[in-house]
Design a protein around this ligand. Structure first.
Ligand code: TXA
Ligand code: MG
Length: 523
């Protein structure tokens, strides 16, 4: 099929209206996104919309009108609250759902007994509806599952050759689809947030609800109030992850990431390639640019994208709702520390791996260092140790470490007693100092039961021969003693089977690549 490209001239709009009148498909600009229009009362024409978009047939379409009173024949009754919204807002980026009249066919309403109606603010859209001489059914003019088109060129990308005509009316003013509210229940429920905000609606008709699915993923057994909510939406080809963090923490995080794009605000200072969607405290600019940004990421061939989290007030709710779907609900919460546990048997080179994590921007917490800190001169833990292991382990306020080690490691029971004093105190300090992306470097991670505080666990291993050499060198001890230390620990298999990832650290392994491979999976 040859797709005509029209301007907004009188002649072109008249020709586009003729096409719709005759059962054809025309993409047209609205103040939200481009729509793909057909005669809403012609079942065959409506069917061809679903086909052109590749849209599931149970996902109903919005019926567009050019005058407020044109809603009357489409619905059973215009309720007083619905009328109040119409009077206050129409024409607007607001869609109202009411029980449908018999005039509306089952195809446009996706088999439901309700119909969604909207009177667009955009003048070209209304002129087209007038020329068509019928209500115009129109979903967003994108291929199903892709970001909605906010510019004519994106409609051309998706629809060229599949529809009769595209009217190029420039960029869309709001950039996110209309607010959808169902008035078929009480209180009314916002099914999709848009530029007409909850706050604006409540100022007119009092309390409304917001469907759970707006800000969260749908539970598996949940029935969708709006069929459109159950589909993965707005998804670019890249894997998108939302990073829940303030500006600086977000910047620090993305600046440590390689081979990724930042989807951020104009003010954000990032050193990796970026695509912006508006300004931080300007939800209208974010809404206007989000879909365009998602499409540009595809054009750039982005594989992995870290998105700055928008606010959820006002139009921000609409922005967040679209972005979280584009991200398939993947959110990294950096407001609380994101801790990776790093452990492994002695001599495997855990400290070296920790150093590389630190170079990559992680906060690395060294439990050995904390152990020395809490047993420093006159520290409050010393009397507890003395009570258990004898007063003579403290001399002039100082711990005799050798004597303590001798007593504590003399039996399993004593070792456990020492751990039960030391581990909780160390973990408290770790929790105090954890910030953003954190690595907890803990040889005794399992013994201290610190798994619960870690998002994922990485263990470092090395062949026994290499470990023996490293221990002998590091501590200046003989081979037998090194072996003794190795044998006193959990065996390597225990570390491996209780960890999520293993880093191999014989002397020729590329640690950085191994870390990046892990981060690729978990971040
Ligand atoms: O801004 C917009 O609304 C754009 C422009 C073109 O007007 N249109 C648009 O249409 O976004 P579409 O089809 O992409 O989204 C319509 C949404 C879908 O999520 C659909 O499930 C829901 O509205 N919807 C339509 N009729 C419904 C009904 N009777 N009950 C519940 N949800 C309905
Ligand atoms: Mg859509």
């Amino acid at each position: 099929m040859q797709t005509k490209i029209f301007t907004t001239s009188e002649k072109d709009i008249a020709a586009a209206g003729e096409i719709i009148k005759n059962g054809g498909l025309v993409a047209f600009p609205t103040e939200t996104v481009y729509g793909l229009g057909a005669d809403a009362l012609n079942d065959d024409a409506v069917k061809s919309i679903y086909k052109a978009k590749g849209r599931p047939s149970d996902n109903p379409l919005i019926v567009h009108i050019s005058k407020k009173e044109d809603i009357i024949p489409l619905v059973k009754e215009v309720t007083p609250k619905a009328q109040a919204l119409i009077d206050a807002f129409f024409p607007a980026p607001l869609t109202i759902i009411l029980p449908k009249s018999d005039k509306v066919g089952g195809i446009v309403s996706g088999g439901l007994d309700t119909v969604a109606v909207r009177m667009p603010e955009n003048e070209t859209a209304r002129r087209l509806i007038v020329k068509s001489g019928c209500p115009v059914a129109a979903p967003s003019a994108n291929t199903s599952g892709l970001p909605s088109p906010t510019k004519a060129k994106y409609v051309i990308d998706d629809m060229m050759g599949k529809i009769d005509a595209i009217i190029d009316g420039g960029d869309c003013k709001f950039g996110v689809e209309s607010t959808v509210i169902t008035m078929a229940c009480e209180p009314p429920v916002i099914l999709r947030p848009g530029a007409v905000t909850r706050e604006m609606i409540e100022a007119v008709i009092g309390e409304v609800q917001v469907a759970n699915a707006v800000l969260e993923g749908m539970k598996n057994d949940e029935v969708a109030a709006s069929p459109g909510m159950k589909y993965k939406h707005y998804a670019p080809k890249a894997r998108v992850v939302i990073v829940d963090a303030q500006k600086e923490a977000y910047e620090n995080f993305v600046n440590t990431r390689k081979d990724a794009y930042a989807l951020c605000f104009e003010e954000d200072n990032v050193t990796i390639p970026k695509v912006t969607f508006g300004r931080e405290n300007d939800d209208l600019s974010q809404a206007r640019e989000l879909f365009d940004a998602l499409r540009r990421l595809d054009e750039k061939g982005a594989k992995k994208v870290y998105a700055r989290i928008p606010g959820v007030d006002g139009v921000g709710m609409a922005v967040y709702n679209r972005l979280i779907r584009a991200a398939a609900f993947n959110v990294i919460d950096l407001k609380k520390p994101y801790t990776i546990g790093l452990t492994g048997p002695t001599g495997a080179g855990k400290g070296y791996v920790g150093k590389i994590f630190a170079e990559m921007g992680f906060t690395v917490l060294d439990t050995d260092k904390y152990a020395r800190q809490i047993t420093a001169e006159n520290s409050p833990i010393l009397p507890l140790l003395a009570e258990k292991f004898g007063q003579d382990i403290i001399v002039n306020g100082r711990l005799d470490r050798k004597l303590l080690a001798h007593r504590a490691f003399s039996s399993k029971e004593n070792t456990t007693a020492l751990n039960s004093i030391m581990h909780p105190a160390i973990l408290d300090l770790c929790k105090r100092d954890a910030r953003g992306l954190t690595v907890l470097d803990a040889p005794q991670l399992f013994e201290a039961k610190a798994q619960a505080d870690c998002y994922k666990i990485v263990c470092v291993t090395a062949p026994t021969e290499i470990r023996i050499e490293r221990i002998m060198q590091r501590d200046g001890i003989a081979r037998e003693q090194a072996l003794e230390r190795i044998n006193a620990q959990l065996d390597e298999d225990y570390y491996i089977s209780n960890s999520d990832f293993v880093i191999k650290n014989d002397n020729n392994c590329d640690i950085k690549t191994q870390i990046n491979n892990i981060l690729e999976v978990i971040l």
